[in-house]
Ligand binder design. Structure first.
Ligand code: PLP
Length: 256
């Protein structure tokens, strides 16, 4: 009898395979975790940009949730692209119903500049984040959520504390801005999470790989802080070995 930990991905499809649920599934697979999926939307996308988005009806999102959760034993999940308020509400209801421990990657805009969330849905997303175990905004998303600009590591720390007070546990990703430093606020404790800076523009999917690997490590029994620290290393190697495929910004490689 063979078994594997199972984790739930609640995310949108990237037809280009580098981000979204494809990146999440590749990440979990590379870690030996079996990924099940609730698909929130489809993007017609490649390494150059997002051409169009087709959102899944919220009632069908709920159906996918029921199908998966009635069958499999799943404790941890993550969200990616949620597109709009009615999708966020459908997801929030099912997360509560099934008592899912959730990591929210508050996806707002793709690295190629396309909106992946309605501007009017930020409050609904914050409400979902309050119900989550952890949220992982990047600098841009943290600025939108906190209503403040981040131009220094001190700003990053201040915004992390503000978001912690507002929505709970958070890792604010500094990206390449602050020498590869992210700031975590977990149960009131501030922590710097560091990795070396990598000079590449092939970063497509890096945020997705980070949040998916956190869920992967949690599913394998890691504590939250262990999962975050291990995922920081995981995403560093994925970026270091990112792929120069496609005509635009290439994807990071979770199999690195
Ligand atoms: N497309 C989808 C469907 C996503 O979920 C995401 C991020 O979560 C992206 C694109 C963004 O990818 P990136 O900003 O890394 O290019």
């Amino acid at each position: 009898m063979k078994n594997r930990p199972i984790a739930l991905i609640i995310a949108g499809s990237d037809s280009g395979g580098g981000a979204g649920l494809q990146a999440d599934l590749k990440t979990l697979t590379s870690m030996g975790v079996f990924g099940v999926t609730v698909i929130t939307g489809l993007t017609a996308q490649n390494t150059i940009g997002v051409k169009s988005i087709y959102n899944v009806d919220p009632s069908f999102i709920s159906s996918q949730f029921d199908a998966v959760m009635e069958d499999f034993s799943v404790k941890f999940g993550k969200t990616g692209m949620l597109s709009n308020e009615s999708i966020i509400k459908a997801v929030q209801e099912k997360v509560k119903e099934y008592n899912l421990k959730l990591v929210v990657d508050p996806v707002m805009v793709s690295k190629t500049g396309s909106p992946l969330l309605d501007e009017s849905s930020v409050d609904a997303l914050k409400s979902l984040m309050k119900d989550a175990l952890l949220s992982t905004p990047n600098k841009y998303e943290a600025e939108k959520l906190a209503g403040e600009k981040i131009t220094s590591l001190d700003d990053l720390k201040r915004v992390a504390r503000k978001l912690y007070n507002d929505i709970g546990n958070v890792v604010v990703k500094g990206g390449n801005m602050f020498n590869g430093t992210d700031v975590a606020m977990l149960d009131g404790q501030e922590m710097e999470i560091k990795s070396p800076k990598v000079n590449t523009s092939n970063l497509h999917g890096s945020g997705d790989v980070f949040s998916a690997s956190i869920v992967g490590f949690l599913s394998k029994g890691a504590s939250l802080i262990e999962a975050i620290e291990e995922s920081k290393k995981f995403v560093y190697f994925s970026i270091l070995n990112s792929l120069s495929i496609g005509k635009g910004k290439g994807p990071v490689d979770p199999f690195a």
